[in-house]
Structures are given as C-alpha cells and as structure tokens.
Design a protein around this ligand. Structure first.
Ligand code: DGI
Ligand code: FE
Ligand code: FE
Length: 196
C-alpha cells in the first residue's frame, strides 16, 4: 500500500490550505466509517486523501486531462467543468500517485455525483466528503452525520436529496447521474422497507 504520509505531503503542496484541511477531514471521516461498516481502513484513507486532488486546477486543465485519457465528457460537464475534478482526479491518482486499486479509483471517480450500485468504499467516500467536520454550510448536517453511522444508504439518499434541492434553488445544472443515483438509492430503500 502506498505510503499515506507521502500522499498527505503531496496534497499539502498541490491544494490550497482550506482544501487540504477538507482533505484531511475526509481522510479520517472515511476511516471512521470504514471502522463502523467493516471496510478497508487504509483504502478509505487513501481515497479520502486523493478524492479532490484535481480540485485546484483550472477547468481547461481538467478537460485536458480527461481528453488525454479518452474519457467521455458530457455536455453538462463541459458547461460545468468543476464536475470533472472527480474524473480528472481519478486519472491523476492512477498516473501521478500510482494508485492501482480499482475500488479506490472508482471512489474518486464517483465522489461528486455518486452512481447507482456503489461499492462500500464509494459510499464511504461520498458520505465522508459531505459530513467531514470542516463542512458547515449544508442543511441537515447534524442529522446526516448521525445517520451516516446508523444507515449508510439512508445517508447517501439524504445527501443526494439535499444536493438536488440546493442545486435547484441555486439554478445549478443537474448532472443526470446525480438524479440516477438518488433514484437508485431511494428505490432500494423503499423496497427494503416493504420487505420489513
Ligand atoms: O469537491 P467538494 O466541494 O469537496 O465536494 P463535491 O465533489 O461533492 O462537489 C460539491 C459540489 O458539487 C456541490 O457544490 C454540488 C456539486 N454537484 C453535485 N452534483 C451536481 C453538482 N453540481 C452540478 N452542477 N450538477 C450536479 O449534478
Ligand atoms: Fe470533490
Ligand atoms: Fe471533497
């Protein structure tokens, strides 16, 4: 396993101080969630540390990294290149930081919109990103922080609902994947409730 200490140093160099603090917050929150749900703690830390590694780049740079790697860039992503920091970051994790673990790469790739059928690690990074202690703006944060340690899928669902609500209020363009993920997790939960 790659040395976490080295990655931490690299992130301190490449990110601005606030983003670096956020990154450390996601690292240890992801570790705590991995403990709670029996996931791989080191992988959670690694994915947490690297999830925003492309965040401080320009939109053009992120587009260039994605094009170089032949990633499809949707129209929504082209209009909102900040969405691409997840995909660009996942390529950087592979090439610059030598991560070869598929699950870690996917957790970085999907950390902004989520995706239907996420692995445990993907859900952990998605949720840790939203609830780490440095976050203070989103509504329902206290509730979601508690929920995250009780029912991870329910937390994923609530985060997506609140994100969509925030984007709708703000007039932000919605990536279809954000909606698909919510549909998947709300359906899943309704079915589970029906079985009880
Ligand atoms: O990179 P972070 O700020 O730590 O967190 P993130 O990668 O989850 O990105 C958060 C931002 O992404 C937040 O402002 C909401 C936005 N976002 C999530 N889903 C969508 C979206 N933005 C747009 N335009 N469309 C989406 O579907
Ligand atoms: Fe991010
Ligand atoms: Fe983040």
């Amino acid at each position: 396993m790659i040395e976490l200490r080295k990655i931490r140093k690299a992130m301190e160099k490449t990110l601005d101080p606030k983003r670096y603090e956020h990154t450390l917050g996601v690292e240890y929150t992801a570790a705590a969630l991995a403990m709670r749900y029996g996931g791989n703690i080191q992988k959670a830390q690694l994915a947490g540390l690297l999830h925003d590694c492309a965040k401080c780049m320009s939109g053009d740079k992120m587009i260039a990294i994605c094009e170089k790697n032949h990633a499809e860039i949707s129209d929504v992503e082209r209009r909102n290149p900040s969405l691409l920091h997840a995909k660009a970051g996942s390529y950087l994790a592979k090439t610059e930081y030598k991560v070869d673990d598929r699950d870690v790469i996917c957790a970085i790739w999907n950390h902004t919109t989520g995706r239907p059928g996420m692995s445990l690690l993907e859900k952990i990074v998605f949720v840790a990103d939203y609830i780490e202690p440095g976050r203070n703006k989103a509504q329902n944060l206290n509730m979601i922080r508690q929920l995250a340690f009780k029912d991870l899928d329910a937390a994923v669902c609530q985060i997506l609902e609140d994100t969509l609500c925030y984007l709708e209020e703000r007039g932000g363009e919605i990536d279809p994947m954000t909606r698909e993920t919510l549909e998947y997790y709300s359906k899943d939960r309704k079915q589970a409730a029906g079985r009880e």
